[in-house]
Design a protein around this ligand. Structure first.
Ligand code: FES
Length: 114
């Protein structure tokens, strides 16, 4: 089973079933990756920066590329957690500007609104 690591102050790492999305992997590992649109490729709150193992993620499909382009997220390491599927070991960083959004309890989210 592939090993997935989320780099974050409260980051998680562990083995997950192959072909899960990064968002699904986060849920399995107990890491609260934000996903405001519910995983429908329309918000980018699940966006991560691939640190290692980008070749072990599924290819970017049209929906993911379209949203990344619209949000000017054009670097090769930009991926949407709800769209990228885990095919092998991968390490991703939750962007630092989103660290305040990724809390372990829903009640904290109002404190982080900006
Ligand atoms: S959860 Fe909204 S784009 Fe991934």
């Amino acid at each position: 089973m592939p090993r997935v690591t989320f780099i974050h102050p409260e980051g998680k790492s562990g083995n997950v079933e192959e072909n899960l999305t990064l968002l699904e992997a986060a849920e399995v590992l107990g890491f609260p990756l934000t996903h405001d649109c519910g995983g429908n490729a329309s918000c980018t709150t699940c966006r991560v920066d691939v640190a290692m193992g980008g070749e072990n993620l599924s290819e970017i499909d049209f929906e993911e590329q379209d949203l990344l382009d619209r949000e000017a997220l054009t670097e090769a390491y930009h991926r949407l957690g709800c769209q990228a599927r885990v095919l092998g070991d991968v390490m991703v960083q939750v962007p630092e500007q989103k660290w305040g959004d990724t809390t372990l309890s829903d009640q904290d989210s109002s404190e982080n609104a900006s």
